[in-house]
Write a protein that binds this ligand. Structure first.
Ligand code: NAD
Ligand code: LMR
Length: 356
């Protein structure tokens, strides 16, 4: 008779072989559902969502499962991924979905990923600024980015966790420390500012928002969110009152949602939409499509600051070209000075969190 410990070890070895870390639905049925006649899903990209069980994470996972460019979708969180994964995995779309729960499964969630989207971290409540989230979210972003350096250092990273103006510099420092930093592959997601700007400007102009394109530059908090209304497409003119109204509404769109949600969170549904719009652009760039241009907060030469949001061209290696701001009017030049002052402090705060 074999000693119990030896039997247990054999069972553990066989189990590890049959059930690699991470889980797919149908594991208890004997037939693992996702392995039945498995073809590894449609050709496409491997995408991980970190914070996948959250307010943004869940609708984002749903929308990425629909995206035909995605062949494998890894859902990672520290809570609730089994339920979210079971639910999403029943959708009859191409991507194979796998769930990963807790820090011990982080590396498996990240291995081999082409794109990592990070909406992990706490959201604001009324009365808070995004910077008030720094103390909790800085550490979360650091840990997740350390995982990226170990498991998928060449992945494109879409960073959503706030305060974006500081978390992107944190990620850059983590990658630099590990020797894996490629500035083209690290993108802070500011797409929600563009989505809001397109919507609010369309309302004022009486247009369909899908016909409107508003560049939003700077960063992602208060006065650092700088809509360039002089560069709206189709070319449009605004009264001074409209400019004040639109600038204020775009800069405070996040707060509008935080207050309406009255303590239950911040934008999740419009953010999931914006995150997918941006992730899809990154995947089309990776595929080699030409002319994919979106705004993002990236390492940038367009101002004296190390990071800045502006239009970037997305290609096979990430943000391959960063466009200058173009001609600004006096109102926008004044806004730019205010934005740069606040951005400089937020960037420095992120950098020193890692260097200290
Ligand atoms: N960039 C933007 O435009 C934008 C827009 C909206 C929200 N946000 C930010 O996105 C973040 C998430 O917002 P939400 O509404 O989804 O919050 P949420 O609390 O609903 O979800 C966050 C998720 O992160 C998970 N999480 C916490 N620590 C983690 C860790 N160490 N590893 C993995 N997952 C972890 C939580 O378990 C939770 O499921 C917030 O910081 C929010 O401010 C950014
Ligand atoms: O406002 C927030 O705290 C969340 C997000 O940054 C947003 O713009 O909606």
């Amino acid at each position: 008779m074999q000693p119990t410990s030896e039997v247990n070890q054999r069972v553990a070895r066989i189990s590890a072989h049959l059930h690699p870390p991470g889980f797919q639905m149908g594991e208890n049925s004997g037939l693992r559902a996702a392995n039945c006649r498995a073809k590894g899903g449609a050709p496409g990209f491997k995408v991980a969502i970190l914070g996948a069980a959250g307010g943004i994470g869940q609708p984002l996972a749903l929308l990425m499962k629909i995206n035909p460019l995605v062949s494998v979708l890894h859902l990672y969180d520290v809570v609730n991924t089994p339920g979210v994964t079971a639910d999403i995995s029943h959708m009859d779309t191409g991507a194979v979905v796998r769930g990963f729960l807790g820090p011990q499964q982080l590396d498996n969630a990240l291995s081999g990923m082409d794109l990592v989207i990070i909406p992990a971290g706490v959201p604001r409540k009324p009365g808070m600024t995004r910077d008030d989230l720094f103390n909790i979210n800085a550490g979360i972003v650091k840990t997740l980015c350390e995982g990226i350096t170990r498991c998928c250092p060449n992945a494109i990273v879409n960073l959503i966790s706030n305060p974006v103006n500081s978390t992107v510099p944190i990620a850059a420092e983590v990658f630099k420390k590990a020797g894996t930093y490629d500035p083209k592959r690290l993108l802070g997601v500011t797409m929600l500012d563009v989505v809001r700007a397109n919507t609010f400007v369309a309302e004022v102009l009486g247009l369909d928002p899908r016909e409107v394109d508003v560049p939003v530059v700077g960063g992602h908090a208060g006065v650092t969110i700088l809509p360039l209304l002089s560069q709206v497409k189709p070319p449009s003119s605004f009264t001074p009152k409209e400019i004040d109204y639109l600038t204020d509404r775009i800069q405070n769109g996040g707060t509008e949602v935080v207050e309406a949600k009255a303590g239950t969170g911040s934008a999740t549904l419009s953010m999931a939409y914006a995150a997918v719009k941006f992730a899809d652009a990154c995947l089309r760039g990776l595929r080699g499509d030409s002319g994919v241009v979106e705004c993002a907060f990236v390492a940038s030469p367009v101002t004296e600051l190390p990071f800045f949001a502006s239009k970037v061209r997305l290609g096979r290696t990430g943000a391959e070209e960063i466009y200058p701001l173009g001609p600004l009017n006096e109102y926008e030049r004044a806004g730019l000075e205010k934005a740069k002052k606040e951005l400089a402090a937020s960037i420095e705060k992120g950098v020193s969190f890692i260097r200290k």
